[in-house]
Design a protein around this ligand. Structure first.
Ligand code: HAM
Length: 413
């Protein structure tokens, strides 16, 4: 788990603000759910056989001996909240969220035990167009942030029945070739044969080239639906690549599954993942409700942004730095800084009471455009001085202390 230090948080705030604005323009509403949920919520939704539930959850007993888990993802919590508060009876819900998630994974670049996701969930929408819209919102958000070299991979996982049929076919195939599988794939073969597709092992991958495909097990309704999603993406000119091996690591998906990847991310190439989960609301005790959504990893997004742009990720410099010295002047400077801030300017106040020369050095170092100077002499005259720090025309101006708003006119010129 990592700290986000002051030099990092400015860029985080920029990305979060841009995402918030993007969601607002798409008519989505924010939902915030607790970090802690009953363990059962995740084991029932994500699936007992998945790595997330089997190996990665932070689970503990609370003081009432209830089993609690730090949320490993957001979808299950959003669905629980929607059911619990009757949101689903109020029509379709188009929701977004952001916040920390927790998975006990082996940490490496782009993989942390506490990480942050931004995600969206559309609850109550069955049409293929909602899959397309959800994907388009992710694509446009990432493109709008200036990220190039992204690839959208698309697959369909069909219905649970189609998947069950396929699972038996695949299991039979993998059992026949058990000896050629890597140890991890052998280990999860009976529990979750579809996850074999996630293996990075070359021999396993080579074997899978001949494995049965889910596409061959799909009924015409599922095939049609998938074609509609593809046609919708084509109409929006969002490029995608079909990847019949894309299975996702969570069990609740049906039909559309997708990932947005970047070759610049190294081993953890997936930036955003999601898909349709038509059975989940009912599984968690709600009314039958079709749904689709995605989440993206903010750490990975930030890694890409830092690689992609040479532009500084530091916070903007202050407009003004208040240099102040003298017993009476120091408290007047505090009042002055406060009233200039109320005018909307970014003001730093030198706290030190040190010599003017030292304060000017600090003013220069912090990158402020102007210094405001207030000593006992200025105070006695009822003025403060404005001095340019960044090569603006060399004018020293005295402004009345009781009318700091004159500053705004002056700085606008
Ligand atoms: P997920 O694929 O498990 O999907 O996670 C989504 C994204 O979260 C990943 O693509 C990755 O960028 C980021 N992520 C996951 N684990 C880590 C980690 N340990 N460290 C850093 N980043 C990580 C979900 O969580 C689903 N709830 C998405 C969804 C929403 N499906 C439907 N609705």
């Amino acid at each position: 788990m990592v700290d986000l230090l002051p030099q990092d948080t400015w860029l985080w705030q920029q990305v979060e603000a841009q995402a918030r604005d993007h969601f607002r323009r798409a008519g989505l509403q924010e939902i915030r759910t607790p970090l802690l949920e009953p363990t059962q919520l995740f084991s029932r939704s994500i699936g007992e056989a998945t790595d997330v539930v089997g190996k990665e959850m932070y689970t503990f007993q609370d003081r009432s001996e209830r089993s609690c888990t730090l949320r490993p993802e957001g979808t299950a919590s959003v669905v629980r909240a929607a059911i619990q508060h009757g949101l689903l009876s109020q029509g379709g819900q188009r929701l977004w969220y952001s916040g920390p998630m927790f998975r006990y994974e082996r940490p490496q670049a782009g993989r942390q035990r506490q990480f942050h996701q931004i995600g969206l969930e559309f609850l109550g929408f069955a049409d293929a167009r909602s899959d397309v819209e959800a994907i388009a919102i992710a694509w446009d958000l990432l493109s709008g942030l200036g990220l190039g070299q992204l690839a959208l991979e698309l697959n369909t996982l069909g219905t649970p029945l189609e998947r069950e049929r396929y699972r038996s076919d695949l299991l039979a195939f993998l059992r026949r070739h058990h000896d050629q599988l890597d140890p991890d794939s052998q280990d999860r073969l009976e529990r979750n044969p579809l996850r074999t597709f996630d293996s990075k092992h070359p021999q396993t991958q080579a074997l899978l080239a001949d494995a049965p495909t889910l596409a061959a097990n799909l009924d015409s309704a599922s095939r049609d639906r998938f074609s509609q999603v593809q046609a919708g993406l084509n109409a929006l000119e969002i490029p995608f690549r079909l990847n019949p091996r894309l299975v996702r690591g969570l069990d609740y998906y049906s039909h559309t599954a997708f990932e947005i990847t970047s070759s610049q991310l190294g081993a953890q190439a997936t930036l955003c993942g999601g898909g349709r989960y038509d059975g989940l609301v009912e599984e968690l005790g709600g009314p039958s409700t079709p749904a689709v959504g995605w989440a993206l990893g903010l750490e990975r997004l930030l890694m890409l942004l830092c690689q992609a742009s040479a532009k500084s990720a530091t916070a903007p410099e202050p407009d003004l730095y208040v240099v102040n010295r003298g017993h009476a002047a120091e408290s007047a400077a505090l009042r002055l800084a406060r009233s200039i801030r109320q005018l909307g300017l970014h003001v730093e106040l030198d706290p030190g009471g040190s010599a003017f020369s030292k304060q000017f050095k600090r003013a220069d170092r912090c990158g402020a455009l102007w210094a405001v100077v207030l000593g006992d002499e200025e105070l006695a005259a009822g003025v403060f001085q404005l001095k340019p720090l960044r090569g603006q025309p060399q004018v020293d101006i005295n402004l009345p202390l009781d009318d700091p708003a004159r500053l705004i006119e002056l700085l606008r010129r």
